[in-house]
Design a protein around this ligand. Structure first.
Ligand code: SIN
Length: 332
């Protein structure tokens, strides 16, 4: 009979060594844009059980978002083109952050801007706000003209990260796009500019056609693909970055179950974000927590650290180990 472990430790010290740190009761966070600002879900289940909540992207001014329709279902996921609809920083600070401050679960504010000055001002306004435990820089939204601009160019990504870093010592997470030829270059650039952690990945630019109307299904034309279709892509990108850099990674992309989350952690993620699954089942993040716990019990694993990076391959030879990261990609 397999050994079933009674007690498992799900806690994650996401940023060891960081002045303020980011301690999670478990590795499961919500993905930005899939959980509102947490307030509605607080009425549905005990959100304090989550590892962390990531807010909807916050911009300086309120945004109405893109023209409808803004969501289209696909074979293994969905495409969205919300266009960063949100209530703006004023309303967040006035109406929402005071509620966050009453929660035990850490809240990370996802921020988006059109210029480095926008991001820096947003970070400055969030710095020192009770209820805000960290910032996630959204340099990867495919649904606004300026969305991907910063995230696809290492110099631009580093410049926005460095500017925000100078403005705040809050934990700083940068959310990367998969829509680049070498994600390791972007990851290295933002890590060098002061990012404390990376979220890998945001949605992948995608499209769906409404054949009856003979038009793109989404009002904005294209959108960002999320859900299970994205998972193998996200996993590979987590793996590549984890193999090349020493920076905490939060895996994101199509996580539906505890086993999906374990895959991301074995690929090198210290924590995960659950997003699209929540549209199918609002309790999905809790199910993922329970699934990770069950996996650990069944496998006799006491501590999550035994899982993180477990699948990172040792170099096949000393020469391969010394090769620059990009030459290792085809072997993954
Ligand atoms: C959106 O609001 O369009 C989605 C946000 C994102 O993809 O970052």
């Amino acid at each position: 009979m397999p050994y079933i472990r009674e007690s498992v430790d799900l806690s994650v010290d996401l940023l060891p060594g960081h002045k303020r740190g980011l301690s999670l009761a478990n590795p499961v966070m919500t993905a930005s844009g899939t959980f509102g600002n947490g307030l509605e879900y607080a009425r549905i289940f005990d959100i304090q059980r989550l590892g962390a909540i990531v807010s909807k992207a916050i911009t300086l001014k309120p945004r109405r978002g893109n023209v409808q329709p803004r969501i289209a279902e696909t074979a293994a996921g969905m495409i969205n083109s919300i266009g960063l609809q949100n209530i703006g920083i004023e309303a967040i600070l006035r109406d929402v952050a005071p509620v966050w401050a009453t929660w035990r679960v850490p809240v990370v504010a996802n921020i988006a801007g059109e210029s480095i000055a926008d991001y820096t001002e947003l970070a400055g306004r969030l710095d020192g706000t009770p209820g805000v435990s960290g910032i996630e820089l959204n340099v990867s939204c495919p649904n606004v003209e300026s969305g991907l601009e910063f995230g696809v160019d290492p110099r631009a990504a580093a410049a926005v990260t460095a500017s925000v870093r100078r403005r705040t010592d809050l934990p700083l997470i940068v959310k990367l796009t998969p829509n680049v030829s070498n994600i390791v270059d972007i990851a290295a650039a933002v890590a060098g500019a002061g990012a404390d952690a990376l979220t890998i990945i945001n949605t992948f630019p995608a499209m769906s056609i409404d054949v009856r109307r003979r038009r793109p299904a989404l009002g904005w034309g294209s959108g960002g693909l999320s859900g299970p279709a994205l998972k193998p892509i996200a996993l590979r990108l987590v793996y590549l970055v984890a193999r090349s850099l020493r920076i905490p990674i939060i895996g994101c992309g199509g996580i539906m179950s505890g086993e999906d989350a374990v895959e991301f952690m074995m690929a090198g993620a210290s924590a995960v974000q659950v997003g699209t699954a929540t549209f199918l089942n609002p309790r999905a993040p809790l199910d993922v927590i329970e699934g990770v716990e069950e996996f650990m019990r069944a496998e006799g694993i006491e501590d999550l650290r035994q899982i993180v990076g477990a699948a990172l391959a040792a170099p096949e030879s000393a020469d391969a180990g010394r090769a620059p990261a990009q030459y290792l990609h085809p072997r993954v």
